[in-house]
Design a binder for this molecule. Sequence first.
Ligand code: ITT
Length: 202
Amino acid sequence: GKLVIATHNAGKLKEISALLAPFGLGCISAGSLGLPEPPETGKTFVANALIKARAAAAASGLPALADDSGLSVAALDGRPGVYTADWAERQWFEGEPGRDWYMAMGKVEGLLQGKGPNASRDAWFSCVLAIAWPDGEYAVYEGRVDGTLTWPPRGEMGFGYDPVFVPQDSELTFAEIAPEEKHAISHRADAFAKLVADQFSA
Ligand code: ITT
């Protein structure tokens, strides 16, 4: 069967495609189908993942998989959390909207340094994967990875906030490790393993 990957984020699309590759499904991205991006008005990862998966399933007539994820900082009471992507939003030249990850990482770091030199640098990534079918059926799976924030950013791989996130039991950031290593421990891989156990096991 075919599955729509309901994301407009190229970094996520690459990771989800790699995680799905062993299962032999035909994957199509929401972008390549020209599906609109519904407003993410939910207050939780689960709510936003469902908004995206349901909208893509309804618009395409195919099952759709969506990912809502974000970075939470303990000393900032879990912010930016569901607003992780919003913190990177910026108007570029001639009003073009876009995202500036370096600015967003700097905003998190600035707020954290404002908490003083002894503040905890603990943080975690969350990922909710939602799968929805055109008939309205759906399921959600939650994943998480704990770590600490480092500054300045390091590494060129991955996407988003990867250059400042050091997962537990590592000295390297998510942007300094190969994709296969990130897929062994990431929040997305954690949620994906639960989805596979529930949906793809015989
Ligand atoms: P879609 O809604 O189109 O899927 P998005 O980027 O808007 O794309 P989210 O609303 O879920 O998605 O925002 C999550 C943000 O959290 C994302 O833009 C990244 O900056 C960050 N993020 C999530 N997973 C990450 C990861 O594995 N590494 C680094 N940053 C991550």
